[in-house]
Design a protein around this ligand. Structure first.
Ligand code: 3HC
Length: 663
């Protein structure tokens, strides 16, 4: 096996190359070897400058995220960054690929940076519930100011190094990959004359102290009420960079980073990171590459079809849009055209780009449109597989029985990330492979489901609503339930959500054993939801402000005997319990492959916040034992809700985490 760090000397320049595929993550083995290589190079009298590079597709893309779940092992990345910065010989970073997190911090600790024009940089730690922990909160604002540093840290976005204001991070840029090494070696020789330039001594980013303090005060106020701890810590750490000496600022960052790594929020977000990647990797006997799909036929004229057309055009596909009624074709085309015109008005696209994109859209009869397609999506009910070639995959995107392949897009389909890829009972592996490849080609998150039409999201949301109704059966107030879930992190809690949908529609969903259909009760009393100004809530001022209404509670009390049967503190554990129970059933029935797939569905498509990690991880972090104890205390005739599923009970008995719930 190749060394993870290789070092060779070229005319007085030690080239230290990190070789740890796929993304050169700075795992312990890399850090250990890197430190040794740096110490050797500094001690070697032949070496006058040091060049740090990444082998393969990228300079390091960050610390090794998997390592955060194991005890910290020296040397830590901040130690290596200090070693680099204090080196008596100039150290240059050679950048290409995605220079992220700890990789970007390593680059900032170097005295100089040369990079490829195509390099992208970023500090995505906030997406893992962390702040940059290797000097990133201290060195970045020193170079580029508090505003840009906080934009980078709080957005976590991956940004172009060749564009302002990020251009400032590179001392020189090179266009062609094959020229990079020669240019970097030449730059190293120039750096020998300049000598080391430690970033910790720079303060040009703080040139205007009044502006910096105003920015920091504004950011602190912006973040004060947000639930994610890492965001507040990021602002505080950048403020420390501004106010404190470098070492004290680093100590502040280190303490905050250590607390965040140990926090439930970061554990949840790290779970999300790996769960999303696992979900996208369906084990297939036929592995189809997304680039093989070039032309997509969409059948149907409704909103879903038009959203799919926009998504496919945005992903660079040619779209053949089959609409039976010729009059609807013009309206549908105009709909999509409007959507791109809006993007032009918003400055997201130029007129020319929008024009070019629309050239890839053709509308016609269904038979004509499917003829040249690599993949067909049926986006309206009632359309049958028409005269298309046998090897073309035809997936249904509407809620109906699935025989072969179903694609359930979270709505709106052009903006949402989630697609549940349903493998029906008669699906072939090549069809499933194509469907997963299409979803990846659309830049969306696939999750594999085995069913005849059921979705993970549908079943889990039904469990959530079922549990919310059952809590009302047991005497809880719908307002307490919504409040508890809102505080917990749901943007739209169940009863507000139902009011928005309309209680006549929601009331048609039957309740299981022993439960009242509270939506139907309200609809019968004339409270049909937000549109009518009254539902679970009463709406004031253009139906915009929901307020609690005692009349609703009095109406409910007429229909239920037990009025104080739920402690407020048990609301969240009981809702999570019902969802985890349903999750265990989904895995047991092989509808979902794993608990982590269920979490991906709920985070990507059903408003579960990433900092909670989805309902399955959230239950684990809350303590499975505590959740199950709350379930055992709930006495409701609908046993499916809170009698722990055997697989769940087994997890608790064996002290296993939710990851163990998989097939
Ligand atoms: N640590 C561990 N594994 C990582 C990793 C990391 N930082 N980054 C990527 N990987 C793994 C992925 O899990 C995946 O593994 P798999 O093949 O076994 O599933 C593999 O590398 C390839 O990743 P992707 O599928 O995501 O590949 P892409 O080419 O689509 O994307 C990327 C590449 C843009 C680098 C993307 O992987 C990414 O965004 N990675 C995370 C970057 C990040 O968050 N860095 C900060 C880490 S925290 C940190 O640095 C703390 C520091 O401040 C101290």
């Amino acid at each position: 096996m190749a060394e993870v760090v290789q070092c060779s000397v070229h005319e007085g320049v030690a080239v230290v190359s990190i070789n740890h595929p796929p993304v050169n993550a700075l795992a312990w083995q890399v850090r250990d070897s890197l430190l040794t290589a740096l110490q050797c190079a500094e001690a070697d009298p032949e070496v006058r400058a040091i060049l740090i590079a990444g082998a393969g597709k990228t300079f390091p893309a960050g610390a090794d995220i998997a390592e955060f779940d194991t005890p910290r092992k020296e040397p830590w990345l901040p130690q290596i960054c200090t070693q680099i910065e204090m080196c008596r010989k100039p150290v240059v970073a050679e950048l290409h690929g995605t220079v992220l997190g700890g990789g970007f911090e390593l680059a900032l600790a170097c005295h100089f940076r040369i990079g490829l024009r195509s390099t992208r940089v970023g500090l995505p730690e906030v997406k893992l519930g962390l702040i940059p922990g290797a000097g990133g909160t201290q060195r970045t604002p020193r170079l580029v100011g508090a505003k840009v540093a906080l934009d980078m840290i709080l957005s976590g976005r991956i940004l172009p190094l060749d564009q302002p204001p990020y251009r400032i991070f590179a001392d020189r840029l090179v266009a062609e990959p094959e020229d990079l090494r020669a240019a970097a070696l030449e730059f190293c020789h120039e750096a020998v004359a300049k000598g080391p330039r430690p970033s910790c001594e720079r303060r040009e980013g703080f040139a205007d102290p009044t502006e910096t303090q105003l920015e920091l005060t504004k950011r602190a106020a912006d973040e004060a009420d947000r639930p994610e701890n890492a965001r507040r810590e990021a602002v505080a750490a950048v403020e420390a960079a501004f106010l404190l000496p470098f070492d004290a600022g680093c100590a502040f960052e280190e303490a905050a980073f250590a607390d965040l790594v140990a926090s439930d929020q970061s554990k949840a977000m790290r779970h999300a990171f790996f769960a999303e990647r696992r979900a996208a990797k369906v084990a297939l006997s036929v592995d189809q590459h997304p680039s093989q799909i070039k032309t997509l036929a969409i059948l149907g004229a409704g909103t879903l079809a038009s959203q799919l057309a926009v998504a496919a055009l945005n992903a660079g596909l040619a779209v053949r849009w089959g609409i039976a009624d010729p009059d609807r074709r013009i309206a549908a085309w105009t709909d999509v055209e409007d959507s791109f015109e809006d993007a032009v008005s918003a400055g997201d696209l130029t007129k020319q780009v929008a024009k070019d994109v629309l050239k890839r859209l053709i509308c016609g009869t269904m038979a004509d449109m499917v003829r040249s397609a690599d993949f067909v999506i049926r986006a309206a009910e009632g359309l049958q597989r028409s005269d298309m070639a046998e090897d073309v995959v035809c997936a249904t995107a509407v809620a109906e029985n699935v025989d072969q392949i179903g694609l359930r897009f979270a709505r709106p389909a052009h903006l949402s990330r989630l697609v549940e890829v349903i493998e029906g009972p008669r699906a072939r592996p090549d069809q499933l492979g194509s469907a997963i490849a299409l979803v990846k080609r659309l830049g969306k998150q696939p999750v594999h489901v085995r069913s005849s039409g059921e979705t993970i999201g549908g079943r889990m949301m039904a469990a959530l609503h079922g549990a919310a109704d059952a809590l009302v059966d047991l005497g809880a107030s719908p307002y307490d339930i919504d409040d508890a879930l809102t505080k917990w992190g749901l943007e739209l809690p169940p009863f507000l959500q139902r009011d928005a949908t309309g209680l006549r529609i929601v009331g048609r969903v039957e309740r299981h054993e022993g439960g009242m259909n509270w939506s139907a009760v309200l609809a019968q009393a004339g409270r049909t939801g937000r549109a009518s100004g009254q539902g679970f809530y009463t709406y004031l001022g253009d139906a915009a402000t929901p307020v609690h209404d005692d009349k609703v509670l009095m109406l409910f009390d007429k229909h239920r005997a037990d009025r104080n049967g739920v402690k407020k503190a048990d609301i969240v554990p009981l809702i999570l319990g019902a969802m985890v129970n349903e999750g265990a059933r989904l895995v047991d029935e092989h509808v979902a492959a794993s608990a982590s797939d269920i979490d991906v569905v709920m985070m990507a498509g059903h408003q579960f916040p990433r900092w909670r990690g989805g309902p399955m991880k959230a239950a684990e972090l809350h303590g499975l034992f505590r959740v199950i104890r709350a379930m055992q205390g709930a006495n409701h005739p609908d046993k499916a809700l809170w009698v722990p599923h055997p697989r769940l009970a087994a997890l608790m008995r064996n002290g296993k985490g939710i990851e163990a719930l998989s097939n």
